[in-house]
Design a binder for this molecule. Structure first.
Ligand SMILES: C[S@@+](CC[C@H](N)C(=O)[O-])C[C@H]1O[C@@H](n2cnc3c(N)ncnc32)[C@H](O)[C@@H]1O
Length: 230
């Protein structure tokens, strides 16, 4: 049974975009039990979830302090916490109390993990070795994409990095392109921007303080973008 009563779970109002578009996915308790499984995440990402998670794991090391701006279904956070070990620290935020409770419950027993209810764009009092932003950008409106990217970059210490994993414009002959266009039109109204805008461009003037690299996966449908603070 999830404990949603704690005042620590009600720190920020749920934005309209989340309530209007994603109630079924993130705010509906009975459905989360089904969705919060690695096999479901792996299926939604056409078998690419583990490959994309490995991109993040390869970019961090034991002892690192990591910031994760939103909860992720499946085993992403557990794998990240195990990779940094007990000498590291993984701070996870989510704006939905239900997701905070779920994440706390599934990561109980990992003392390096700290979960709180916050809007990802709210300032944090510390900086991190790495920020791991896993499939958040495509689920927020365009103005919030800009705010999230800029807020994440502010959290990176000198020499540290932000890693963004998200959708990307697929190759023009990608067999799943028409399918994904339909999925986006039906369920993910903010996602198509990821096909037309570079994450680096969302960073505005802060982009210049970072060295950017991008790797695409699955014939372009996904991207791993790393911004390393110079
Ligand atoms: C990381 S994204 C997408 C993850 C991916 N679909 C998965 O496998 O779980 C989903 C999470 O983002 C959270 N979220 C959306 N907007 C947010 C914001 N501004 N700040 C923090 N969390 C946010 C939602 O509550 C949800 O738990």
């Amino acid at each position: 049974m999830l404990d949603l009563s704690s005042s620590r779970l009600t720190a920020a109002p749920i934005p309209d975009y989340l309530r209007n578009v994603y109630t079924w996915a993130y705010l509906t308790p009975w459905l989360t039990g089904f969705l919060d499984r690695q096999v479901v995440v792996q299926t939604i990402l056409w078998g690419n979830a583990q490959r994309l998670i490995r991109d993040v794991l390869a970019a961090v090391k034991p002892g690192d302090r990591i910031f994760q701006p939103a909860a992720v279904y499946g085993s992403f956070s557990r794998q990240l916490a195990q990779r940094i070990g007990r000498n590291g620290r993984l701070d996870i935020r989510d704006i939905a109390p239900l997701q905070v409770a779920l994440t706390r419950q599934k990561l109980a027993g990992l003392p390096q993990v700290h979960v709180a209810c916050r809007n990802a764009v709210d300032p944090e009092p510390r900086v991190f070795d790495a920020v791991a932003c896993f499939f958040l950008l495509h689920e927020v409106p365009d103005d919030v994409k800009v705010q999230v990217v800029q807020a994440m970059l502010q959290l990176v210490r000198p020499g540290g990095k932000a890693i963004f994993i998200d959708y990307h414009r697929p190759h023009r002959w990608h067999p799943l392109k028409p399918v994904m266009q339909r999925v986006f039109a039906w369920l993910e109204p903010f996602a198509l921007t990821m096909w037309s805008r570079e994450i680096e461009d969302l960073a505005g003037s802060s982009a210049a303080s970072f060295r950017w690299s991008k790797r695409t996966r699955f014939i372009g449908l996904y991207q791993t973008v790393t911004a390393e603070r110079v």
